[in-house]
Design a protein around this ligand. Structure first.
Ligand code: ZN
Ligand code: ZN
Length: 118
């Protein structure tokens, strides 16, 4: 009577019933996934990006948006010209990178999030 009701497993497409979030099959899978993301993928990716980003900023030290406006401002952000939205190919494509200062980057981000388009 104290037991919580059975629900469908939270894993998409799984029709097993469970009292927790995932059924016995998928609890294990979820943990393995988290562990994988936490080490090899996530951290390797972050440190690699940090390194590559610094190298890019060394070669492109000035904000390109400010340069167009005739201002010389140090770039601190590597921006993706076309939003990568999690696409790894687009993310690592240097042709899709540009150096921006923090304020130009935040203006661009606001525009993209606001859905004004280009
Ligand atoms: Zn399941
Ligand atoms: Zn700028």
């Amino acid at each position: 009577m104290a037991e919580s009701p059975l629900k469908l497993c939270s894993r998409v497409g799984c029709r097993n019933l469970t009292r927790g979030r995932y059924c016995a099959d998928h609890i294990k899978e979820k943990h393995q996934y988290d562990r994988y993301r936490g080490t090899a993928s996530q951290r390797g990716y972050d440190s690699q990006w940090r390194k590559v980003r610094l190298g890019f900023l060394r070669k492109h030290p000035l904000c390109v948006h400010c340069l167009v406006a005739g201002k010389v401002v140090a770039a601190t952000v590597v921006d993706h010209i076309k939003p990568h939205k999690g696409d790894k190919v687009l993310f690592w494509d240097r042709a899709n990178w540009q150096a921006l200062c923090a304020s130009c980057h935040s203006i661009k981000t606001v525009k993209e999030d606001g859905g004004f388009g280009n």
